[in-house]
Every structure is written in C-alpha cells, then in structure tokens.
Design a protein around this ligand. Structure first.
Ligand SMILES: [Fe+2]
Length: 421
C-alpha cells in the first residue's frame, strides 16, 4: 500500500516537473530581449507617403527609436533621420512584461525605396527596405492567406515561404483572420511572427480578425468576447473605421484599389452603415473586401444567412470585385455575375468540403495561398498549393457598365489534378 502511494506521488511529481520544464522551454523561446523582435510593417495612413512599423522588446529599453532614409546602393551612404517611437507596456501570461513600440514614418516620397532600422540608440536591427506606393493606379500584386491558425511554425511557415518565393515583389500580404488559435497565447503569436521572419519587416501586413482572435475576458463584467489584447499593440492599422472596431474594420487605398477589412465578429450592423458611406464615395477602380466568416460557406452546417443578408446587398449595389474570407478550412470560389467570393485556408487545420452548386472550383484538405495581380482593367487571381502547384486561376476584366467579365484561366489538366472541381 505504501509503495503504491509513493508511486502515485512520484508520478504526479514527474508530471508537474515535465510541465514546468516545457513551460521554461516555451518561455525561453518567446522571451523578449533588448533586441527588437516581431518587427512588422503595416499602414495606418496613406501607403504612398507613410509607413508604420511595430516591434517588441523587453522592459529594459529606455528609448525606442527608428531611423529612416532613402535606400542607398552602398549601405555606408545611408544618412538617416531619427524618429521616436510610441511605447506601449504589455503583459502576457507566458511572455511576461514586455513593450511594443510603434513608429509611423510620414512625409515619404511616393514610389521610393526606403531603408530603416529600429532599436534604442545602441542596439539596432539590420537595415530593412520597403517601398512606398505610387500616388497613381499602377500594376501591383499581393498575397492572400486564409487561416494559418494551428501548427503555425511546423506546417504554416512553409506555405508562407513558398508564397513569398512565388511573389517576392508582393506589395503586401493579406491575412483573412484566425492568424492564431488562441487569442491570448503569446507562444502562438510568436510562431506567427517567426514564420514570415524578416519578410514582415519589409512587406506590409493587412489583417482582419477571426473568431480565434477573440477571447472571453474572465475579468470583464459582460460575458461577451473581446479582441485579442495583442492586436492593437502589435499592429498599427488605420483608425478610419467605425467606433468600437477601429483597427479591425478599416480601409487602405493602394494604387487604384480600395482594400477594406470588415470585422465579421462584432458590430456588423454598425459596419454596414460605415461601408455604405465608404463605397458611396469610392474613387478607386477596384474594391476588394476581406473579413473572416464567409457568406457562402463550403463547410457543413456553417451557412451564415444573417451576415449574407446584411452585407451582400451592399456588395451587389456597389459592385465589389473580390471578397476574400477564411474560417471554413476548405477552399471554394464562385463563378457568377457580381462579386467573386473566395474562401481559403493556408494552415494545416482542414475540414471536410460540403460540395455545393455555387462552387466553380473547390478543395478539401489542401493548404493554399493566393497571388492576386491588378493591372489597369484586369485582375488576375491564382491559387497555389504549399508545393507551388497552380490549383485555381481566373481573371476579372472591367466592362462598360461596371460589370466584370470573369474568365476561367485554368486548364482542364490542372482542374482534374485537384481533389475536387
Ligand atoms: Fe474561424
């Protein structure tokens, strides 16, 4: 009997020790230092004359700074000006006491390559480059990712890296929500920042929150869920959205394209009014909207008629060109008059497909990324697998009268190579 009791005791002690050990391992991976990490470019203003950058350090940093100059061919010729950062102290369950720092570079020249670095005056990162947008509509491309969400380091990083190889000149990456699985999990955010590595410091990020960026705050009085406390300090998005969802609902104009992030998790009706006003005064030729929950769902039991009834009439009325979503862990896209709707997934969490009439091309259990190119009256859309295999392709062409012509651009051979048409 005594032996049995000791066995139980030792077994419990062993379990606790293993947990403590892994907790320390996790902490040592995600711990901040005086050296900046999680560096990410976003826009909070006009991409043709401004660029925001955000990074993380530990609390020992007294003065956070960024330096910027027009990029020079010889690094020794860089003559930067210095900008003070805005610092936000931040505490996380695993990561402890850190600071997020943010600078918005203003008054930049359009269509120009800049060099910048961040640090504290003594400790500096390497010099990174970014390029400001042109003031006029000009051809560009971007990469769109559905949910990364789980096993981000193990299985999502390869998708991101393959995508970047496929489009190294992408103007930005667009993430349609559920970047991570648990809104407050620092380790998962760490994986999300480490998978793109230096690319996030050179290619700006546009992101919309998914349901997994929301959590129930045990200290809050109401039991409604809140946007991740990481969202605002680590991304500097435009504050041009409606009250209560600023920096998750916003728009950015880039070289003739209006890109709109809607927050499909909350305040959907308030966003409708904002969207109507925004689309009523839209000087851009192309309009692309991203949000997390699809209004045409390719997964069983996940139809969302409320959101469809609320937002689709606006997309129809104002002839929105593309609607980019995630959430359903499958792939599907329409071929119909009006807006082209896409649901995609880039991470390894994959659901069964609920094949339906509206799907022109779909996929089940395939991680994908998309490259979208806009050139004058033409938009070319391509979806690729993690190994760089072309999976889907179509073009949209602006027509007289405002209707788009959707042309299938994928061969029969490629069509039949997928799991599902
Ligand atoms: Fe989701």
């Amino acid at each position: 009997m005594i032996e049995m009791r000791y066995k139980k005791y030792y077994s419990a002690l062993f379990t606790i020790s293993v947990k403590v050990f892994f907790c320390f391992v996790a902490l040592s991976f995600i711990a901040a230092s005086p050296y900046p990490d999680r560096i990410v470019l976003t826009w909070s203003g006009d991409p043709s004359d401004s660029q925001a950058v955000t990074w993380r350090t530990d609390r020992s940093v007294q003065r956070a700074l960024a330096q910027i100059a027009v990029a020079e061919e010889n690094g020794h010729d860089i003559r930067p000006t210095e900008v003070e950062a805005v610092t936000t102290p931040f505490s996380s369950e695993l990561g402890g006491e850190v600071c997020y720092h943010s600078v918005n570079f203003n008054g930049l020249l359009p269509g120009t390559t800049y060099a910048y670095r961040v640090g504290d005056g003594e400790v500096w990162t390497e010099w990174f480059h970014f390029r400001t947008a042109s003031r006029k509509p000009e051809p560009f491309s971007f990469i769109y990712f559905g949910d990364a969400q789980t096993d981000i380091k193990t299985y999502w990083s390869r998708v991101f890296r393959q995508a970047f190889r496929g489009d190294p000149d992408a103007a930005f990456t667009l993430h349609a929500g559920d970047l991570i699985n648990r809104a407050e999990n620092d380790e998962q955010w760490d994986e999300w920042f480490n998978a793109p590595g230096w690319v996030n410091a050179s290619v700006p990020v546009i992101a919309t929150p998914g349901n997994h960026e929301y959590f129930r705050d045990r200290y809050a009085e109401s039991d409604s869920s809140c946007l991740s406390s990481f969202w605002q300090p680590q991304f500097a998005f435009p504050q041009n959205g409606p009250e209560g969802v600023k920096e998750s609902c916003y728009y950015i104009d880039y070289q003739g394209v209006r890109i709109i992030s809607l927050n499909s998790n909350e305040k959907q009706e308030e966003q409708s009014q904002w969207l109507r006003d925004l689309l009523s005064h839209n000087p851009q030729k192309w309009t692309i909207i991203t949000f997390h929950h699809p209004i045409f769902s390719p997964a069983m039991g996940r139809d969302n008629p409320e959101l469809r009834n609320l937002w689709k009439p606006l997309f129809d009325e104002f002839k929105v060109d593309l609607v980019l979503t995630g959430h359903d862990h499958t792939y599907a896209r329409t071929h119909s008059e009006g807006s082209a709707y896409i649901v995609s997934v880039s991470g390894p969490k994959l659901y069964d497909l609920d094949k339906q009439e509206w799907m022109h091309r779909s996929a089940e259990k395939i991680q994908l990324y998309q490259i979208i190119r806009i050139d004058s009256d033409k938009l070319a859309y391509e979806a690729y697998t993690a190994t760089g295999r072309l999976y889907d392709k179509f073009t949209l062409e602006k027509q007289e009268g405002g209707k788009n012509l959707l042309m299938e651009a994928i061969s029969d051979a490629t069509m039949s190579s997928g799991s599902f048409r």
